[in-house]
Design a protein around this ligand. Structure first.
Ligand SMILES: [Zn+2]
Length: 241
């Protein structure tokens, strides 16, 4: 099933986060990627669906439904173009402006966050942060995400950060990645930030979790601007995810 943010989404913007009933495997061939895109197009009732080959980077691109590029965030002002992010513990972060005329979908894992994906997206969107609304989908929570202290410098976190809880094992911490991304968004001036109350690791009945099972299944998160007009469906032929 799909869930949507609780409040604050502009009327002409559709945001949906799936559970594991709507998940997909990461494909390795172009034909698998193509069937994934066709399936998404049907399920999302979108004219076109835009996917990324997510690589835990800070690369941000304008959305392009004719190819799948290596990046971890895409954005568009085009109506009826669904932007998709696939996750299984990482945060699917959706952004839109208050007017609902610009949207972005971002893959936020710890590596991307360490590389500054949140700040990079905010700097590349042609909208000032106070005019942006942010919605985070189901992700691994701060009680479940154990990390080693060796990655703290990359995340620019001190040991006493409020986004960390020390574990009994020396050198291990629980990282509240959604809380960290929330802080980065609000300190950058983003006007509204909504966190999900769903944890992909906790809720094994409902979500795929890479940490829990090393699965290659992914939940699907999407956003699109709807304006009532539809353009012909275009199916690219060179997709590889
Ligand atoms: Zn949890």
């Amino acid at each position: 099933m799909w869930i949507s943010p609780r409040s604050g989404v502009p009327q002409n913007v559709h945001i949906a986060f799936s559970d594991n009933a709507v998940n997909f495997s990461l494909g390795k061939t172009s034909s698998e990627a193509l069937s994934l895109q066709n399936e998404l197009s049907k399920r999302l009732t979108a004219d076109r669906v835009c996917l990324l080959r997510q690589i835990h980077s800070n690369y941000v691109v304008p959305a392009d439904p004719t190819s799948v590029v290596e990046a971890d965030a895409h954005w568009t002002a085009e109506p009826n173009l669904a932007l998709v992010i696939l996750t299984a513990d990482c945060i699917p972060l959706i952004l839109c402006n208050r007017e609902g005329s610009l949207i972005a979908a971002v893959h936020c894992g710890w590596r991307g966050v360490a590389k500054g994906i949140v700040a990079t997206v905010l700097s590349q969107l042609p909208v000032d942060p106070p005019d942006l609304l942010a919605f985070m989908g189901p992700a691994i929570c701060g009680e479940c995400y154990e990390i080693g202290e060796e990655i703290l410098p990359q995340l620019q976190l001190k040991h006493h950060s409020r986004h960390l809880t020390p574990c009994l094992d020396a050198g291990k911490y629980l990282l509240d990645l959604p809380g960290l991304v929330h802080s980065q968004l609000t300190s950058s001036g983003v006007g509204h930030v909504e966190l999900s109350d769903q944890c992909t690791f906790h809720d094994s009945d409902r979500y795929s979790s890479h940490r829990r099972t090393r699965t290659n299944q992914r939940q699907v998160s999407c956003v699109q601007i709807r304006n009532g007009t539809h353009t012909p469906k275009k199916v690219p032929s060179n997709l590889v995810i």
